[in-house]
Write a protein that binds this ligand. Structure first.
Ligand SMILES: NC(=O)c1ccc[n+]([C@@H]2O[C@H](COP(=O)([O-])OP(=O)(O)OC[C@H]3O[C@@H](n4cnc5c(N)ncnc54)[C@H](OP(=O)(O)O)[C@@H]3O)[C@@H](O)[C@H]2O)c1
Length: 338
């Protein structure tokens, strides 16, 4: 018998309120398929996910699938599955377009066939470009360390998008406390969110708490620890969240896949989570996990002990000449490395 995928009542899915007063659902569908899925497969997943109750989609120019997602969104609206204003759509400006943010945003809007974005993020705080799908050892000779001035020039363009109502909220991604400390005092509009890697084996507590203190809502990417990412993005010693005994034990008790427990942990931890899958069963289970049968305090505490500092997105392809290694991107000593 085929499983029942009746649409989930969207009112069941909790929301967070952002600085602007806008609400964002605590779970969104990720759309970075790496090289495992075609843009069409991902766009189909977006349409199906909206049909079963997702109202938040995490997009980015560099994922290379905005045009196909745009077609899917048009079908969603034309077929009356939901209205534009019921969706929360995020876009991101890629590193090679920090000098032309307004143009990049307009191109994303055109590709997505939208008049505005609910959220627009600076994908990385550096203008360092690397080709999508490039090898982990590849470097761009033009890469530069973080510059407060360069970042603020980019941010000013982000702020102008709010003024022209192309974008409702703006935010950052892949930031550090040290970088925030330098740029926050100089911004006119503070970031509404920071998208950052968060999963049980890599919780980024210091940055997480810092964001909350500043009123910046954390969005956690790779919530399941991206177990099927391509080999080129894996390194020796990387954790595998869904194989952690603490997570497996809770999954067994709940009778669900460990991935679902990672989603429940994210919700109880208080951040927004954006798991990826094109598989209906998986993305249905993830949406349900955002409100159904939450973790107990003890289960949450036990999963908190998975923390082992296992950063999966190291970002080494963004390194500049003279940098030591990928740790330089993350200001681990609390000082911006330049
Ligand atoms: N801002 C940034 O710099 C940044 C960086 C990375 C990612 N992101 C965003 O974060 C999103 C999520 O990251 P991610 O895709 O790398 O990692 P992820 O969501 O942690 O993991 C996705 C993997 O988990 C599996 N999965 C999902 N739900 C499952 C379930 N219920 N049961 C079993 N397996 C399940 C999927 O398997 P199948 O594929 O087999 O279905 C998929 O391979 C991206 O799509 C992107 O939107 C942002």
């Amino acid at each position: 018998m085929e499983k029942d995928y009746s649409p989930i009542n969207t009112n069941s899915v909790p929301v967070k309120r952002l600085k602007t007063g806008d609400e964002i659902p605590v779970i969104g569908l990720g759309t970075f398929g790496s090289d495992r899925f075609t843009s069409e497969q991902i766009a189909n997943a977006v349409k199906e996910a909206i049909s079963i109750g997702y109202r938040h989609i995490d997009c980015a120019e560099v994922y290379g699938n905005e045009k196909e997602i745009g077609k899917a969104l048009k079908e969603v609206f034309d077929e009356g599955i939901c209205k534009r204003e019921e969706l929360f759509i995020t876009g991101k400006v890629w590193n090679n377009r920090h000098g032309e943010v307004v143009l990049a945003c307009q191109e994303s809007l055109d590709n997505l066939q939208l008049d505005y974005l609910d959220m627009y993020l600076v994908h990385w705080p550096f203008p360092n470009y690397h080709a999508p799908g490039c090898d982990g050892d590849s470097r761009n000779p033009d890469s530069k360390p973080f510059s407060v001035q360069e970042f603020l020039d980019t941010w000013k363009q982000m702020e102008s998008l709010v003024a022209t109502q192309k974008v409702k909220n703006i935010g950052t991604s892949n930031m550090t406390v040290a970088k925030f400390e330098k740029v926050l005092p100089l911004m006119k509009i503070l970031p509404a969110v920071n998208e950052m890697e968060i999963h049980p084996c890599f919780q980024q507590r210091e940055l997480f708490e810092y964001c909350l203190k500043k009123g910046i809502q954390p969005i956690g990417y790779m919530p399941i620890g991206s177990p099927n990412r391509p080999l080129r993005d894996k390194a020796e010693g990387d954790s595998i969240d869904i194989e952690m005994p603490q997570i497996k034990a809770v999954a067994e008790k709940h009778g669900v896949h460990p991935a679902v427990i990672c989603i429940k942990w994210a919700i109880k931890n208080g951040h927004i989570t954006i798991p990826f899958s094109t598989n209906k069963d998986k993305f249905y289970n993830n949406l349900k996990a955002s409100f159904d049968n939450p973790l107990t305090d003890d289960e949450y505490a036990s999963i908190n002990t998975c923390e082992c500092g296992s950063r999966l997105v190291k970002g080494q392809v963004f390194l500049w000449e003279g940098a030591n290694d990928w740790k330089d991107l993350w200001d681990e000593n609390g000082v911006i490395v330049s």
